[in-house]
Write a protein that binds this ligand. Structure first.
Ligand code: ZN
Length: 127
């Protein structure tokens, strides 16, 4: 954060130049590279730069935290959805299995083999 370049506009020539944030110490002298006019960093300038940087830094961190927690929430929801889909699929499979069991039951009960003694007997009780 101390190495960040802070843009400064020269009050004399109107040109802008970048100065590392750490140069904004009270009493420090900044030199305009265009007209070589010097500016002494005063208390209020130092305060404004520091406040702006701190606010930016806090906002930046807050945004990052919000982004991360949003990501985590989305991942959690995604996994929950996958879990639900798996459960739905399993219960669907279970219902299909029950259906085919019932079908097999019907087939075996109505099974009527040629030459089989005793019609209408269940396949499973035969033999
Ligand atoms: Zn200048």
């Amino acid at each position: 954060m101390e190495e960040w370049e802070v843009p400064v506009r020269c009050f004399k020539c109107g040109e802008s130049y970048g100065t590392p944030a750490k140069h904004f110490a009270i009493g420090n002298v900044l030199w305009c590279p265009h007209c070589y006019k010097s500016v002494v960093v005063k208390d209020d300038l130092n305060f404004r730069v520091r406040t702006t940087l701190r606010e930016f830094y806090e906002r930046w961190n807050k945004n990052l935290t919000e982004f991360r927690s949003k990501r985590e929430k989305e991942l959690r929801e995604f996994h929950e959805k996958r879990e639900r889909e798996l459960k739905d699929f399993e219960s669907y499979q279970q219902r299909e299995l029950e259906k085919v069991k019932a079908q097999l039951q019907t087939i075996s009960e109505s099974y009527d083999a040629p030459g089989r003694p005793g019609k209408h007997r269940s396949l499973f009780s035969w033999g």
